[in-house]
Design a protein around this ligand. Sequence first.
Ligand code: LAG
Ligand code: CA
Length: 474
Amino acid sequence: YDTPSCADGRQTIVHLFEWKWTDIAQECERFLADAGFCAVQVSPPMEHAVVEENGYPWWQRYQPVSYKLESRSGNRQQFIDMVQRCNAVGVRIIVDAVVNHMTGLGRSGQGSGGSSFNADNRDFPGVPYSSLDFTPRSMCPSADGNINNYNDVNEVRNCYLVGLTDLYGAKDYVRQMISGYYNDLVEIGVMGFRVDAAKHMWPKDLEAIQGLTHDLNTNAGFPSGQRPFFFHEVIDQGGEPITVDQYFSVGRTTEFRFGKKIAWGINDFSQLANIYDPGWGMAPSDKALVFVDNHDNQRGHGGAGDIITFKQPKEYKMGVSFSLAHDYGFMRIMSSYYFDDSDQGPPGSNNGGSTDDVPINADGSCGGGWVCEHRWNPITQMVKFRNAVAGTQMANWYQEGDNVAFSRGDKGFFAMSKYGSFDKTLQTGLPAGQYCELISHCANKVTVNGDGTARIIINNSEEPIFAICAGCDG
Ligand code: LAG
Ligand code: CA
């Protein structure tokens, strides 16, 4: 479950948070394929609650009503069309799977696909689930039924996460419904799953559900016998009994400590060494799904604090570029929309209507309130770098004050200077020759000498980043 089936050795996924299926299909064709992205993580595609009183927030999509593919991002036909068009250009789809729970208590009415439901009666006829399919209250040790004490594993996994009705994953029927949802998506041609709130599910239940899930669809271009890619959202920052290693048998885990270490390191470059800290319990590289920020912690929800986001563009470009140059983990890029309020849904959603399209400006940036970090120049360019250096290790580490540099085997060399002015001869580890600097799109050409050294010059205060790689033409 650990290995993403990327086309052509591609190394990076992008979360197109709250994008519509029609826009994602276009983005695969017009940008992501050429830019060398492996896959898109999409917002939860299942039918969800419609939360008018909070102005149709983004988080209504984390309250499932049924597994019908009818959501704010589009309908089933549009979802299928997106998967087929993205697969056709070698870009895969990863589904955000919300399977720990259904809607919040107190909620009833109709979901985004028209199914009725009543959470207090545990009645979700669109699946169908009844009261028999939810964790018995007697198994939850907390007084009010909610998760309050993160030191009690039974509480974290058997009680209500922020008041959300908790599915009973030990039950065969529940496992069949969830794997049925997965199999429908696999049949359509998706590559894998981000399992939402996996910390709140028992690993043995996840194992059973995944065991019932089919191999990837060969008609969608996947090799025969290939298992879906799974990564589990486990917020482990140390100090709690639930740790990422408990999930290694069922796939990768989100590594929230990575984003913190990047934020600290961008603040103080001397902390950029040893980003992977096994002593802190961080997942080993081949088990880690890494990201600088995600849709929760960028707006103060799960795992927030000490995080850099698009709201500090220069620091963010440095943090994501350094991460992409690094050899730790499988990397996800966040692609956001602008917001003032942490509940706020995507552009267009506040009127209850559908999400706005994503307009692309003449200069390649996005308009209409979409940030599109994945189209920011250094980020796009470093995605190419990561593909080019895949499989190599870091070497020739250099850090002095506000400057840092390192090589990736004999395939690439990266440097960064916090205030954008650097001029020094360093060992690059590269074969002699002329190289195109990637961030400048080859406006800067670099000569690597016979002994592997090169004069590294950075002179750009907004994008103070330097990268060269073998076979990269800018
Ligand atoms: C996750 N990780 O474990 C998601 O990444 C996170 O975004 C989800 O929470 C959470 N699990 C449940 O899927 C989000 C918001 C919550 C929101 C929840 C359900 O961060 O704030 O809760 O989705 O929509 C909301 C209200 C709560 C309320 C609850 C139930 O904010 O105040 O208690 O709904 O009605
Ligand atoms: Ca649970």
